[in-house]
Design a binder for this molecule. Sequence first.
Ligand code: FMN
Length: 397
Amino acid sequence: MLKGKTVLLGVTGGIAAYKAAYLASALVKLHANVEVVMTKNATQFIAPLTFEQLTGRRCMVDTFDRNFSHQVEHIALADRTDLVIIAPATANVCAKLAHGLADDMLTTTVLACTCPKLIAPAMNTHMYENQVTQDNLDTLRRYGWEVIAPGSGHLACGAVGPGRMPEPQQLVDHILRHLALPHDLEGRHVLVTAGPTQEALDPVRYLTNHSTGKMGYAVARVAMLRGAQVTLVTGPTALEPPPFVEVVPVVSAQDMFEAVSQRQEWADFIFKAAAVADYTPAGYSDDKMKKKDGDLSIPLKRTTDILQHLGAHRRAGQVICGFSMETRDMLENSAAKLEKKKVDMICANNLKVAGAGFGTDTNVITLITAAGARELPLMSKEEAAGEILDAALALAP
Ligand SMILES: Cc1cc2nc3c(=O)[nH]c(=O)nc-3n(C[C@H](O)[C@H](O)[C@H](O)COP(=O)(O)O)c2cc1C
């Protein structure tokens, strides 16, 4: 996901410097060019050789190293850097960067960088909470740095509280948000529903369906990576929600309906990927569903059709996209849904095709709009999410 991108990883003299090796390794696995610049004090904690082996590149420490060829290395490096991350950042380096000091290779190079800059302060809790450190971090924020809050817990120095460097995967998530995909959805609000819903039959049992939520979660994640502000309304799933996404957990179709209708006005794009089955019993009537004395069962109620509601209450300029699962007559049924529910696009799945539908990591989708149907080949759900978002963006005013 980071092929062709250059990440400058600054490592400073804190106890968490060893964690930077995991970060360097994770970035290399994502095909980034990782340039590590260490402070002299950081080399007391971890050797440059470790980073050189992990990245396959020279690790820089000394601004006046004569082994570089013809260019002024700190400027050449700053020019080719797509993103700077300093992790861990000592209190000392935070202070130096906040005041524009440039007295070593790291601070000099970073001062010359114009790309996005991230900093993960990691230190003893009292050092972190000290007003002077907080003021320095505020100054960095004012200068456009993204300050990644440290974790809380037992620190190596024995203190308990904030100051721990976040786990490398969390830092990778921050980097991916900046670099993985072009931000063509910046400033847009995207509402996604995902997963199954559950309808209680009695205090113990419930009705549900086979949805795992993978397709909806992929749409939410890719929209986030493309710069959108994303809210994911999700039924119960086993999936880790994507980072930087507001997650609204729901259980029943009615919960989902309420969560979605409250947010409809806010959304520029709505993707209803949740599999809310209609559990309305055949021949339902309010009279028939009345409970007899002593009956513990929960009467099933009429299920509100969320997509139909969204279509009927759309605001101007909103793009609404539904998903359909069909076992036969997929095109006809999906096109009919497009009309009946007054939505802009239906992403149709043929459940009988190998690699499509519930639970798989791949999908075979046909995108149906007023302009016609376009069948996509077998692809990962993340790739399919990208295609769905492209198509939705093309429909937006
Ligand atoms: C064992 C040890 C652990 C340290 N851990 C940290 C730390 O986690 N965070 C921090 O800000 N300073 C820490 N320090 C203090 C820094 O190493 C010191 O402020 C140093 O000047 C930082 O240099 P640099 O910012 O140029 O890397 C530690 C010092 C020692 C001896």
